[in-house]
Design a protein around this ligand. Structure first.
Ligand code: THU
Length: 129
């Protein structure tokens, strides 16, 4: 957990958030133990903004990864950290690739201060075809 949160804190430094000022970092652990990180990337047109969690997922999936164990997320404005919960769009992306009962979402303020929920708790009724 500690290492994964540390990687998310590191990834947050690359957040591009000139509009909201809310900087987010994520670190995604794959089934093979590899870790993919992501940050939020905002856009002047607002809707093209990508969340940190989706950046991490899209990086991993585009590199051929399909099995995931857990994701650590950190975020906040400026120096403050608030342990953000993933937005609904990111949860739906997670639901595409992860088991609702086992995939862990770690929402962290720091390496020592965090909470863990299963994907199914955060998205009990995700869309599926
Ligand atoms: N954001 C994330 O990166 N992840 C979330 O789970 C929630 C929100 C970003 C999007 C936007 O750049 C900023 O935080 C404020 O919404």
């Amino acid at each position: 957990m500690k290492n994964l949160i540390g990687r998310a804190i590191e990834a947050r430094k690359n957040a591009y958030a000139p509009y909201s000022g809310f900087m987010v970092g994520a670190a995604l652990e794959c089934g093979d133990g590899s870790i993919y990180t992501g940050c939020n990337i905002e856009n002047a047109a607002f809707t093209p903004t990508n969340c940190a969690e989706r950046t991490a997922f899209f990086k991993a999936v585009s590199e051929g990864k399909r099995k995931f164990c857990r994701i650590a997320i950190v975020g906040g404005k400026g120096g403050e950290m608030t342990a953000p919960a993933p937005c609904g769009v990111c949860l739906q992306v997670m639901a595409e690739f992860c088991e609702a009962e086992t995939f862990e979402v770690i929402m962290a303020v720091s390496e020592e201060n965090y909470s863990v929920k299963r994907l199914g708790e955060l998205l009990p009724c995700g869309f599926s075809l």
